[in-house]
Design a protein around this ligand. Structure first.
Ligand SMILES: *Cc1c(COP(=O)(O)O)cnc(C)c1O
Length: 382
């Protein structure tokens, strides 16, 4: 395996597909420091600017004093603390579902919820541009996995209408992580009702950002149905770490009994759950964060005039510019870095072939001046 592995690494490098990590000296934010140099960053998913918010740092310290730093065990043994419990209740209430269950990450939540609900003989229908964690979860569930072209409700209906499976699950990113567009969840729900399927919405990028008070996709479309299983992450707009699944009580009970990524892992440190309680308060209360974020997004879209590259039609803070070629995307990314601006070049297999892109993500912590700076640099480089 080892010599072959070296070959694989070479091929990846030669194709402009090698992934490199950046190492931050200090905390996350729109101004970051790397090797003692300052950069303006458009990379993080910290949309609401909460990842290093002083009140959350204080809540984390308070949580550590109250609960210590480690959960000590899995939820099922003795790792389930009052902070986890309170956060679950608050998340269920906030998102409008009867119950919620915390996971250590979104990747684990998807793995857990999908394989707990479907298995051999069942069928999963998923959008082609879904996040990798949903795809991996579909594979490990052993259910039959059917993909439909991005947002193609007609294709999905064809597939559902000919299905013989007893249990069908439609899964989709609510806000697509690399495209920024919003899934037509209301229409998806109608199809699920018509063909007796469940609907799993992965709202990693919508929670805290869209909907009334940041309640996410369900509020955005005013949806309500026992068929919906809602999942969102807590390391993006919420600024901390972790994820949760919300749904009917029987779904939550099923997850506690059968979701392997919930059962066989140490619980999230309770100090993080304690911090997230504060984060939820800020998400709800500080409406100006979403308002400013939307203003910045509109400003960026209005002022960026591209001729050769293409800005995807997204209304969310995820604003991808399609470059196409992997090496060119990487080169532009490097040119921007040289100018003191960080933007990730997202390449296959994260996105489809020939759609390498700059994934610009805006944060409430950006200023109009920051956006002007980015727009000017992009104009010069195009
Ligand atoms: C980030 C992301 C995840 C994974 O969440 P983590 O908490 O980072 O593991 C899942 N789904 C989508 C759509 C994501 O963007």
């Amino acid at each position: 395996m080892y010599p072959d592995s070296i070959n694989r690494l070479h091929i990846r490098k030669n194709n402009g597909l090698y992934r490199d990590r950046i190492m931050l000296d200090g905390s996350q934010g729109v101004n970051v420091s790397i090797a003692e140099q300052d950069y303006l960053s458009f990379c993080s998913n910290d949309y609401l600017g909460l990842a290093s918010h002083p009140e959350l740092i204080e809540a984390a310290c308070e949580g550590a004093r109250q609960y210590g730093v480690g959960a000590g065990a899995s939820h099922m043994i003795i790792g389930h603390h009052a902070a986890h419990h309170n956060l679950e209740e608050m998340l269920a209430d906030f998102t409008g579902f009867p119950g919620a269950l915390l996971f250590s990450s979104g990747y684990m939540a998807n793995a857990g919820v999908i394989s707990a609900l479907v298995g051999r003989g069942d069928e999963i229908y998923s959008d082609k541009l879904n996040h990798a964690s949903l795809n991996d979860a579909a594979i490990i569930s052993h259910a039959k996995w059917v993909r439909y072209p991005h947002l193609d409700l007609g294709a999905l209906e064809n597939q559902l209408s000919t299905s013989q499976a007893k249990c069908k699950l439609v899964i989709t990113d609510a806000v697509f992580s690399m495209d920024g567009d919003i899934a037509p969840a209301a229409e998806l729900l109608i199809l699920c009702e018509k063909y007796d399927a469940w609907l799993l919405l992965d709202d990693a990028h919508g929670f805290g950002v869209i909907g009334n008070e940041g309640r996410g996709i369900v509020s955005y479309y005013s949806l309500s149905s026992p068929r919906i299983i809602y999942m969102a992450t807590l390391g993006k707009a919420a600024g901390v770490s972790g994820a949760f699944v919300a749904g009917q009580k029987v779904v939550i009970e099923t997850l506690i009994q059968y979701a392997r990524s919930y059962i066989y892992t140490t619980a999230m440190p309770p100090l993080l759950a304690h911090t997230l309680l504060k984060s939820l308060v800020l998400i709800k209360k500080e409406r100006w964060r979403r308002k400013k974020l939307m203003q910045l997004t509109k400003y960026f879209k209005k002022n960026l005039k591209l001729s050769r590259w293409k800005l995807l039609p997204s209304e969310t803070p995820i604003q991808p510019i399609i470059i196409g070629d992997n090496r060119e995307a990487l080169q532009i990314r490097n040119e921007l870095e040289y100018r003191g601006i960080l933007v990730p070049a997202i390449r296959p297999p994260t996105v489809p072939k020939n759609s390498a892109r700059l994934r610009i993500s805006l944060s409430v912590a950006h200023s109009i001046k920051d956006i002007e700076c980015l727009v000017t640099a992009l104009r010069e480089l195009e």
